[in-house]
Design a protein around this ligand. Structure first.
Ligand SMILES: [Zn+2]
Length: 119
């Protein structure tokens, strides 16, 4: 079982790297391309919307830089522990607090397939 644990740890590490590609700007662009130029709260209609994000410090040969990506949550669901299907982005209304959940996989697919091709 040691190997299996190891494999799953590597998988989730790779997934984390992939998730770090999605910046707040990319998520906005994705929504725009999908016909949502302005995100409005589904409950109260407010445009005062926040997308949680987090940052990592990346150290490379040219020093370190801070990279911001869209924060995500992981659902406690059955299935493979590092399945992309279990990850979601949250879009939170600052007015009423309603939280919209967006599945990670269509966004990541769009980013990874090259934004131009995917439309
Ligand atoms: Zn609202």
């Amino acid at each position: 079982m040691q190997d299996e644990d190891d494999r799953q740890r590597k998988n989730s590490l790779t997934l984390q790297r992939r998730l770090e590609q999605v910046t707040p700007a990319l998520l906005s662009e994705f929504l725009y391309k999908r016909g949502i130029p302005v995100f409005t709260c589904l409950l109260c209609g407010s445009e005062d919307i926040g997308i949680p994000e987090c940052g990592v410090i990346q150290t490379g040969p040219d020093g370190s830089e801070r990279k911001t990506f869209v924060d995500y949550i992981k659902l406690e669901a059955d299935g493979p522990p590092s399945s992309i299907m279990q990850y979601q982005y949250r879009v939170i209304c600052r007015n009423c607090g309603f939280t919209h959940h967006i599945a990670v996989w269509p966004v990541l697919k769009w980013v990874e397939e090259g934004k131009e091709n995917a439309g």
